[in-house]
Design a protein around this ligand. Sequence first.
Ligand SMILES: [Zn+2]
Length: 80
Amino acid sequence: MRKSEHVVIKLNGGVEVEILKDFKHSSCKCGKRDIVWAITARNKKTMPIRKDSQKGWISHFEDCPLASKFRRRNQNGNDN
Ligand SMILES: [Zn+2]
């Protein structure tokens, strides 16, 4: 029997997220193919992240040219 295990990792900005231990890469509409879907530890929100060779894990919201398409309004001080 197989169960999916999560690991907590810290993004470059300090946000903690959970990813599957045996995560698979997905591709983003921007063309990047090394996207990993993560869940924020705090809000349980889904977000795309990727591993940058220099910065480590970063939010793909930060480097995606299409980020404005998935970024929702964020005027309440919530993180995203
Ligand atoms: Zn993208």
